[in-house]
Design a protein around this ligand. Structure first.
Ligand code: NAD
Ligand code: TYD
Length: 359
């Protein structure tokens, strides 16, 4: 039985990955989820799996060498899937330090612990060991012209402290592959959306605000473009890269679904109107009048767009969920998890929101 060490499994993509993996492999795998439970980590995301015999949660910081080393010595780990990170660009602009600590130092600590556990006396590695570093398309910088795309060969050009820290962590993984022949892959994915996404990010923030008749803050002219991928398609790709990808390779993952932010907001408003039952009082609150243009994000990247040609050709992965379907699934999930939203938006979130959006 293979054991997976998942970092950041209590966050948005990590929890979707854990659900996907148990649905796919059932009792055939074991997952150890290590997460520090920052503001973004939420064990409620994993309620359905917490009692499984083949699932263990360990609260630890990935920068804590001793805690991680202990996990590797006490367990035979075959796969590492590394999600844990500080992930929000706006927070990185205000407080870059924690991004460097977790994203760069934390990745280094994890690499060292895996290397120490997997490397043999002759410098080769135990068989069937793989480390997957989950990264972002933001490391490639910003595209201006329509029709241009990020490829695996696109030079890194990060602009925000978040993307700079992710780029640095990618470079460390590359260095371990090149220097030590460490068995790893890197995936660079475009913007995700779907269940369990923390409402500091565009899509859940707009859904949550619209349902309460709160302003919808659009940065700048609202024409920045992101390439949106339904999270389940991403986690499926991660599993496929670990099973079928060539070691030491980077794979770009994207939805071929470019949309301007303002288009996304209009789609959300229309879909909410369509999905809310006639008698639901929130129908009256959901309105285009809520759209409010606010000061632009500093250093705001204009456009991201992934060319997922390599992963399609080599691994056979393609996005399966069209945006119209994915956004309905997402909204339906938020309808059914109103309590989840209430809990994650109480306390610290209120303070963050009031402070950041000056309301
Ligand atoms: P998230 O912010 O929702 O979750 C991050 C998780 O990491 C949380 O559970 C948090 O508690 C945990 N964590 C943070 N610091 C930690 C530390 N020091 N030690 C242990 N755990 C810690 O993030 P997400 O959106 O799920 O993103 C997961 C990964 O995917 C990140 O590496 C991110 O860069 C990458 N990524 C995200 C997107 C996206 O659209 N969200 C797109 C591409 C790549
Ligand atoms: P976000 O979800 O933070 O992802 P990223 O910056 O990593 O791509 O933001 C997506 C886009 O939405 C980005 O162009 C910034 C914009 N945005 C707003 O216009 N208003 C908001 O309140 C937020 C959170 C984002």
């Amino acid at each position: 039985m293979r054991t997976y060490l998942v970092t950041g499994g209590a966050g948005f993509i990590g929890s979707n990955y854990i659900h996907y993996m148990f649905e796919k492999y059932g009792e055939d795998i074991r997952i150890i989820n290590v997460d520090a439970l920052t503001y973004a980590g939420n064990l409620e995301n994993l309620k359905e799996v917490e009692n499984r015999e083949n699932y263990t949660f360990v609260r630890a910081d990935i920068c804590d060498k001793e805690a991680l080393r202990k996990l590797f010595t006490e367990n035979e780990i075959h796969r590492v899937v590394h999600f844990a990170a500080e992930s929000h660009v706006d927070r990185s602009i205000r407080d870059p330090e924690v991004f460097v600590r977790t994203n760069v130092l934390g990745t280094l600590v994890l690499l060292n612990c895996a290397k120490e556990a997997w490397e043999q006396a002759d410098g080769s590695y135990l068989p069937d060991r793989r480390f997957l570093h989950v990264s972002t398309d933001e490391v490639y910088g910003s595209l201006e012209e329509e029709g241009t795309f990020f490829y695996e060969t696109t030079p890194y050009d990060p602009h925000s402290p978040y993307s700079a820290s992710k780029a640095s962590s990618d470079m460390l993984v590359k260095a371990y592959m090149d220097t030590y022949h460490f068995p790893a892959n890197i995936t660079n994915c475009s913007n995700n959306y779907g269940p369990y996404q923390f409402p500091e990010k565009l899509i859940p923030l707009m859904i949550n605000n619209a349902l309460q008749g709160k302003k919808l803050p659009v940065y700048g002219d609202g024409k920045n473009v992101r390439d949106w991928l339904y999270v389940r398609d991403h986690v499926k790709a991660i599993d496929m890269v670990q099973e079928k990808g060539r070691l030491f390779e980077t794979y770009n993952i994207g939805g071929h679904n470019e949309k301007q932010n303002i288009e996304i907001i209009h789609i959300i408003l229309e879909t909410l109107q369509d999905m809310l039952p006639k008698e639901d009082p929130r129908r009256k609150l959901v309105s285009k009048e809520l759209i409010t243009y606010v000061e632009d994000r500093k250093g705001h990247d204009r456009r991201y767009a992934i060319a997922p040609d390599k992963i399609r050709a080599e691994i056979g992965w393609e996005p399966e969920t069209m945006f119209q379907e994915g956004i309905r699934l997402t909204i339906q999930w938020y309808f059914e998890h109103g309590d989840w939203m209430k809990r994650v938006t109480s306390g610290e979130y209120q303070k963050y929101y009031a402070d950041f959006y000056k309301v």
